[in-house]
Design a protein around this ligand. Sequence first.
Ligand code: SAM
Length: 239
Amino acid sequence: MKIEEFINVFDKYKSILNINISDEQYNELYYYMNNIIKWNEKVNVTAITDEKEFIEKHLVDSITVNKYLKNSNSIIDIGTGAGFPGIPLKIMNKEKKFTLVDSVGKKLKVIENINENMNLYNLEIIHARAEELANNIKYREKYDVSVTRAVSNITTLMEYMLPFIKVDGIAICMKGPNYESELNEAKKAIEILGGKLIKIDKIKINENINRNIIIIKKVKNTPAKFPRKQGKPLKEPIK
Ligand code: SAM
């Protein structure tokens, strides 16, 4: 796909995103897409390799949460995989500090390799489990925003995400259709970990793709005993 076609396809979603995109940002999104698809032949990082589908399901979808970053300086994407939503959001917010975390190192190597030829500074890529890193004082309660897409259920996510966020910051969970039952189950975890549900934003990307964005505000500090040790937030979610 040529860059002109890329921009044409992308522009169809601009009314959903309500955003201006510069030529430089288009070039970077295009470069990232092409290189992920190329790297995917060696290291399997995504099932989506059709370019139009990639634009819709990876790039546009990642940028749906951009409006929630306006008042923030520091963002942590937990379980970023091949850099979603972190890299498209970083491209849209060059001045903000981004940390991308994943427990699988080979996916992060792909991002690092691609970024060698991109001008994305103030970007930290960390190979770790969220529940380890959140107990490191360098990272604990240091972020304005934590974001996750397709990582876990909301109860487990709260234990991964809320410890990283400063009081008054927000957790953004990008969820699919089953968010309601997950959110009901997560009520206690949200409260115990210092969060408060403030918004559910439903965005229709097309006839078949609905993105549900759950916004949890951090209203008080997370007790020091959370997150529990490796694997526990997933195996024994707070009830
Ligand atoms: N967010 C990316 C996306 O939407 O394309 C990747 C989603 S992938 C389904 C889930 C990712 O979360 C995997 O790369 C996995 O290694 C990572 N992950 C799961 N649990 C994690 C944890 N406790 N700490 C760090 N990363 C984790």
